[in-house]
Design a protein around this ligand. Structure first.
Ligand SMILES: Cc1ncc(COP(=O)(O)O)c(C=O)c1O
Length: 419
């Protein structure tokens, strides 16, 4: 199916797509081509996205939703067109359910401030998990502190899965479940449809952190059965400074504004104001106009490959990388080994070498990876590690990148005398 789609579109993921990404023309100081394995932090941009940004600023730029002239109407149509494209891409029943924000962090904060403060009271229970990025932890801790609600965390197993028995035990009486679809620190893909069904049965609202899933696999919010979802444009080949909150219409309609000011009102007097309809109620001030259009171009680029094909490609890279790293002595791998439960994000430790030293030596070999706690310090605590090294894939990644990674790890082990 995935291959059929790729064959139909003629765009096949892999190293040939690197020609679409101008960043790969930049020489690395080693003189070697760059093996870029850090798309989970932020992805390179294809020329189509860079061109959409430049073209918007050069030929279609004016403020949106306020000008009664051709150029502003043009900019507004392109901005709202990008909202429609993103809504279709994530399976939102209506584009009115897609709120443009700066990034996933802001999307989660919007829900915590608006829905959270309007709906939670002292004694209410919030559920998050030990697996979350700080962006899906700290806003809930702040919400609990502000409302008197309590917060609990679903445990993770030794092999990096969410403990669903622990989730079942904690769900009764919970008002909100904040959970990630893909862990940026472990690579785990959570069974979101099953989790959302359990939450719904228990009467809890589900917020999905989709920052690491939407760029890499087909995601259909309506089919998953979640209530809110957060994503970032910069992780899905799009510009930085633009992201989205998706929310079920009846929840968004009932929510008060988060930020207030221009654009989000219908009427203002010196005594007060009336709020605009959703999604504009949550888009105070001038939005990131060209960036939204650029995000629409990123969606078109991903759709030209097909998300089934993107997922199939990254899954096969995961299988190859996992096998190669398992065969390398002195490597500890984190997260599930089952390919269906693991995205194209591999977190590992080279025994006896600090992850920062690993990443520094890999960089001398022109292999770019991330080292650190990945903004998921509770995950590091859970596995009693200060940090890990993380390699992550995208549409342009290939088997050659995995060879470069394992060769560079061999250099690390020689330098540290652990080979
Ligand atoms: C799982 C996950 N959630 C949320 C975020 C936050 O994304 P942003 O920094 O774009 O708001 C990230 C970023 O790494 C992430 O990996």
């Amino acid at each position: 199916m995935a291959l059929e789609q790729a064959a139909r579109s003629g765009v096949v993921p892999g190293a040939t797509l690197r020609a679409d990404f101008p960043i790969f023309d930049r020489p690395h100081r080693s003189g070697r081509p760059l093996a870029f394995l850090d798309s989970a932090a932020s992805s390179p941009k294809p020329r189509a996205v860079i061109d959409a940004l430049a073209d918007t600023y050069a030929h279609h730029y004016a403020n949106v939703h306020r000008g009664i002239y051709e150029l502003s109407e043009d900019a507004t149509a392109r901005f709202e067109g990008a909202r429609r494209d993103l809504a279709r891409f994530i399976g939102a029943p209506s584009e009115r359910e897609v709120v443009f924000v700066r990034n996933a962090t802001e999307a989660i904060n919007l829900v915590a401030y608006s829905w959270g403060r309007a709906n939670l009271r002292a004694g209410d229970r919030i559920l998050s998990t030990e697996m979350e990025h700080h962006a899906n932890l700290v806003p809930w801790q702040q919400l609990a502190a502000a409302t008197g609600a309590t917060i609990e965390y679903v445990r993770i197993t030794d092999d990096g899965r969410l403990d669903l028995d622990d989730l079942r035990a904690r769900l009764p009486g919970a008002r909100l479940l904040a959970v990630t679809q893909v862990s940026n620190a472990l690579g785990t893909i959570n069974p979101v449809a099953e989790i959302a069904a359990l939450a719904r049965e228990a009467g809890a609202v589900t917020l999905l952190d989709a920052a690491q899933s939407v760029p890499h696999m087909p995601v259909d919010m309506a089919a998953l059965g979640v209530d809110f979802a957060a994503l970032s444009g910069h992780k899905m080949l799009g510009p930085s400074g633009i992201g989205a909150l998706w929310g079920r219409r009846e929840l968004l309609d009932a929510m008060p504004p988060f930020l207030t000011g221009g654009s989000m009102i219908t009427r203002v007097t010196l005594e007060g104001a009336e709020w605009n309809e959703v999604p504009w109620r949550f888009e105070a001030g001038t939005p990131a106009i060209a960036e939204a259009v650029g995000l629409g171009a990123a969606v078109a680029y991903l759709e030209s490959i097909g998300m089934d094909a993107v997922r199939a490609h990254e899954r096969s890279l995961f299988e190859a990388a996992w096998a190669a790293l398992t065969a390398t002595p002195g490597i500890r791998l984190l997260g599930p080994s089952e390919p269906g439960e693991h995205a194209g994000v591999i977190s590992f430790v080279v025994e006896g070498v600090h992850p920062h030293d690993v990443a520094t030596i890999l960089d001398t070999e022109a292999v770019a990876v991330r080292a650190g706690h990945h903004c998921a310090q509770p995950v590091m605590l859970r596995y009693d590690l200060p940090a890990t090294t993380r390699a992550s894939f995208s549409v342009f990644s290939d088997l050659d990148d995995i060879d470069r990674l394992t060769d560079a790890i061999a250099v690390v082990r020689r330098i540290f005398g652990t080979a």
